[in-house]
Design a protein around this ligand. Structure first.
Ligand SMILES: [Zn+2]
Length: 599
């Protein structure tokens, strides 16, 4: 933020954490953490070595007890983290988080045996147990614990793998993170972090963006071979572990943790890749809007116009609540409750966490939302996004910890949907074609960043993981070639990439969580497909959608999709989401022509 923040009326909007604990000195906080520790020890005493021998009723009791222990701890930890997020410079707040995290890790270790023993139960015996109605409530959770079973090794082997990670993959990942954080970018004679430099690519002056990009490229050069070596090492480390465990492809373990099949994920990737014409068309339109012949890679985030028009907190509240209420009255009431019951911390404040989040899985309590509200339109859509998570959390909170948390791929359903509702409302209330165009370009850029860009990065990962497995170590030049292959496939001729060759080398996801990035596209397009259906079918979709929210994470993503009449195994679902996006692009092109911005 370069300007002095405007007064929005959000300045005094603080959350009230007393629904969790009265204060950090609340004796309940320590009591609950102590209790969880004792209960975890007693749990181990009672069940260790015996999981395979439990009856269905005993297994249900054990799972419920485990859930209760983890819930008590999550509640304390949530409280500490929420409190810390509003003032990260206050040492006692940070200390409470660390203390509870350490206790949580110790309890986690004590309890770990349960999942391992349960996964080790023979299939026939487990199926017989799972068929029992006593286990209705925990069936999905128990089944999902077992999905790793075919890929587990013997206990001593697992132990060696886990212990060696400390000096293996996680040591390399930490080295990479340290190398990145020591990078210094010099622009305009001033030295800064990579993060700060990247944020300058959002500046309106093209010269600033070009200089910044060149400075980043220069800063990425030192240590490039070392970072490439670290990546090579992690690629081979993963290939070894995948081979030992018997995963068929480099992405299979990731798909499994997302409760998805290799085929379904491949269908998503194919669908997105087959519509690279959408981002290409958008980048051509953007070049015309910026008045330049062709975008360079450093122009992609340039603002299309002055994002004018600031909104007060109360106006934002009425738009967002209104959007939800027009969808469904009860949803509107729930969302309004976040404001009236002080579940939101709204203002920008020094030492507060940046960005925005919704803490949804707080067992037995409602979610809390953290915002850095600035009054711009982007901020209103962020508010709608986080309140979508909030609505989801409230609707599913009675399910308990194990059934409420969703996979990564289903986690963004309600947030993206709520953002779409609010976006339509904002767009509908705007008559001025130029401001309409601003809204649309902002929305399309977000969508491209969340879908097409993530899939193009997944394609890069596919290329490097495959090549490491078949051909061997990759040179820095080879990484650059494959990176440009994946990126020019996405851009076509619409974006110039001279100077972009080494930009793969700073993306932390490639290092720390291989295969992760497609989940963004998956979640976004899934939600857009539901929204599309709602636009076509209207009120008939309201109840099924709310049912889906009520189910939280108690079913697999594909079973959740069935609730709203969608089939995640049918590639058409991805095309539906992309079509919705393409229509927004049509509208943006039409508006641009109308106001004479394009030839
Ligand atoms: Zn989100």
């Amino acid at each position: 933020m370069t300007t002095i923040e405007e007064v929005t009326g959000a300045e005094e909007v603080e959350w009230d954490l007393s629904d969790l604990y009265e204060s950090p000195d609340d004796p309940k906080l320590d009591q609950e953490a102590d209790g969880a520790e004792r209960d975890a020890a007693a749990f181990r005493e009672r069940y260790h070595g015996k999981v395979a021998t439990l009856t269905p009723a005993e297994l249900a009791v054990a799972t419920a007890t485990l859930e209760e222990i983890e819930s008590a701890l999550d509640r304390a930890l949530s409280y500490a983290q929420l409190r810390f997020s509003t003032n990260m410079a206050d040492p006692p707040r940070g200390a409470l988080v660390s203390k509870l995290r350490e206790r949580a890790a110790a309890i986690e270790t004590t309890l770990l045996f349960f999942a391992l023993e349960w996964a080790a139960v023979e299939d026939t015996a487990a199926d017989a147990l799972l068929a029992d109605p006593e286990l209705d409530q925990y069936r999905h959770w128990l089944e999902s614990v077992r999905r790793y079973r075919p890929y587990l090794l013997s206990e001593p082997e697992e132990k060696i793998l886990t212990e060696k990670t400390v000096s293996g993959a996680s040591a390399w990942a930490r080295l990479h993170a340290e190398l990145l954080s020591s990078l210094r970018v010099t622009v305009d004679g001033e030295e800064g972090s990579l993060e700060t430099a990247l944020s300058r690519l959002f500046r309106p002056e093209r010269e600033t963006r070009r200089e910044t990009a060149e400075a980043i490229t220069a800063a990425l050069q030192p240590g490039l071979r070392t970072r490439a070596y670290v990546y090579n090492t992690l690629l081979v480390d993963k290939s070894i572990e995948d081979r030992l465990r018997g995963y068929p492809t480099w992405i299979s373990s990731r798909n499994l943790s997302n409760e998805s099949s290799d085929e379904a994920v491949q269908a998503l990737v194919d669908a997105v890749v087959s519509r690279y014409d959408v981002p290409q068309r958008y980048y051509s339109l953007k070049a015309r809007l910026l008045g330049i012949e062709r975008l360079e890679y450093y122009d992609r985030f340039a603002p299309v116009a002055e994002r004018g028009g600031s909104m007060s907190w109360n106006e934002a509240r009425s738009i967002v609540v209104g959007a939800y209420a027009e969808f469904d009255e009860q949803a509107g009431e729930i969302v309004d409750g976040f404001f009236s019951k002080s579940w939101i911390d709204a203002p920008v404040r020094p030492d507060k966490a940046t960005g925005a989040f919704c803490a949804t899985t707080i067992p037995g309590v409602h979610p809390y939302v953290l915002m850095n509200f600035t009054g711009e339109r982007r901020s209103i859509l962020t508010l709608a996004h986080e309140l979508g998570h909030g609505l989801h959390g409230v609707m599913s909170r009675d399910l308990g910890l194990f059934n409420a948390s969703t996979t990564l791929t289903a986690a963004e359903t309600a947030s993206v949907f709520g953002e779409a509702l609010t976006f339509k409302k904002l767009l509908g209330s705007e008559d001025d074609p130029r401001r309409k165009l601003d809204l649309l370009t902002g929305r399309i850029e977000d969508a491209i960043a969340t879908t097409f860009r993530q899939i193009s990065m997944n394609r890069f990962e596919e290329l490097v993981h495959t090549e490491r497995r078949t051909t061997g170590e990759l040179s820095t030049d080879r990484f650059a070639e494959l990176w440009l292959d994946a990126q020019t496939a996405l851009f076509g001729d619409s974006v110039g990439v001279d100077g972009y060759e080494t930009w793969w080398s700073y993306i932390p996801h490639f290092i720390g969580s291989p295969g992760y990035v497609y989940a963004y596209a998956y979640g976004y397009l899934f939600s857009l497909a539901i929204f599309r259906r709602y636009e076509l079918e209207g009120d008939a979709m309201v109840e099924p959608y709310l049912d889906l929210l009520r189910l939280g994470g108690s079913r697999s993503p594909s079973d959740l999709a069935k609730v709203v009449g969608l089939d995640l195994d049918d590639p058409a679902i991805w095309a539906t989401g992309i079509d919705a996006l393409a229509e927004e692009l049509d509208e943006a092109e039409r508006l641009a022509a109308e106001i004479g911005l394009t030839a």
